[in-house]
Design a binder for this molecule. Structure first.
Ligand code: AMP
Ligand code: MN
Ligand code: MN
Ligand code: MN
Length: 274
């Protein structure tokens, strides 16, 4: 079975509408798909029934949180989209994103980047503002030459625009997911610039909070990374997840996973396939 349990749409910072993303996934042979937009389940609203014909959809989300001063992403898979507490917390996440955008804008303005809040707001087209909107504006206004340069210089981990104080604790978002009937999965564990020892401490805390899954394959991982994450997955007794982290057809890896990446781990998608 071909799965993809980590994808983005125009409901957050992806380039395809939910309907177009699902069509692309089907065309590429994906049989089980989760749309995991940043801090929103907006993609699942008003999905036409015929769009999901011939593909199984696992309701999901990618939540922003912090652990020990690091901005961590936790996937919630198989969540009940109508659970009242989850809906309430996601509204708070939306407000936090708004507050964070104001702080990021103030910091960038101080560095001489003009009109940055208005620019990012315009590019966000009414959805919650993310760092990619700031990056796009800085490219458009000529402050940097590329999105990568914007993240390297201003928005990436440890840079002035990496404002994370607003996010909830990792243990809290794990609880929201679990209480909404979902399974919490650490997204892209190797992208946090942590030492191996710190990553293990984070996984200990994640497991203690009720987290059950590890994303062993995000995009196209190098073999050495894949082996390391499979090892951690088995050692901690986590269920393995895999996803492309697809954002758009031009600058990102395409939808669908290389299923051989699973190795001998226990797949989280066994929960939804039979
Ligand atoms: P946010 O969710 O607002 O914190 O923004 C984080 C998002 O920025 C990630 O999910 C990526 O989609 C995007 N991102 C991170 N680094 C880069 C980069 N170097 N170039 C383009 N987009 C990036
Ligand atoms: Mn993103
Ligand atoms: Mn992420
Ligand atoms: Mn993602």
């Amino acid at each position: 079975m071909v799965v993809d349990l980590h994808t983005h749409t125009t409901a957050s910072d992806g380039g395809l509408s939910p309907v177009d993303l699902i069509a692309r996934a089907k065309a590429r042979g994906v049989e089980l798909l989760s749309i995991t937009d940043h801090d929103t389940v907006g993609a699942y609203a008003d999905l036409p029934v015929e769009a999901t014909d011939g593909i199984a959809i696992v309701p999901g989300i990618e939540l922003s949180c912090t652990w020990s001063g690091v901005n961590i992403h936790v996937l919630g898979l198989g969540i009940d989209l109508s659970q009242a507490n989850l809906i309430k917390e996601l509204e708070t996440q939306r407000l936090r994103r708004g507050q964070r955008a104001e702080v990021i804008a103030q910091k960038l303005e101080k560095l001489g980047i003009k009109g940055v809040f208005e620019g990012a707001s315009r590019l966000a087209k009414g959805r919650a503002i993310g760092r990619p909107d700031f990056a796009k504006y800085m490219v458009e206004a000529g402050y940097v030459s590329s999105m990568n340069a914007a993240f390297d210089k201003y928005l990436g981990s440890g840079k002035v625009g990496d404002v994370k104080a607003v996010w909830p604790e990792m243990s809290e978002v794990v609880a929201w997911i679990t209480e909404a009937g979902g399974v919490a999965v650490v997204a892209h564990p190797t992208q946090y610039k942590m030492t191996n020892a710190k990553l293990r401490r984070m996984l200990d805390a994640f497991k203690a909070a009720g987290g059950q899954g590890l994303e062993i394959s995000n995009g196209k991982p190098p073999l050495v990374e894949l082996r390391y994450l499979r090892q951690l997955c088995k050692e901690y007794g986590f269920e393995a997840s895999m996803g492309s982290d697809f954002h758009n057809p031009t600058t990102w890896l395409d939808v669908g996973c290389n299923m051989s990446n699973l190795g001998d781990c226990q797949p989280v998608w066994q929960r939804w396939s039979n």
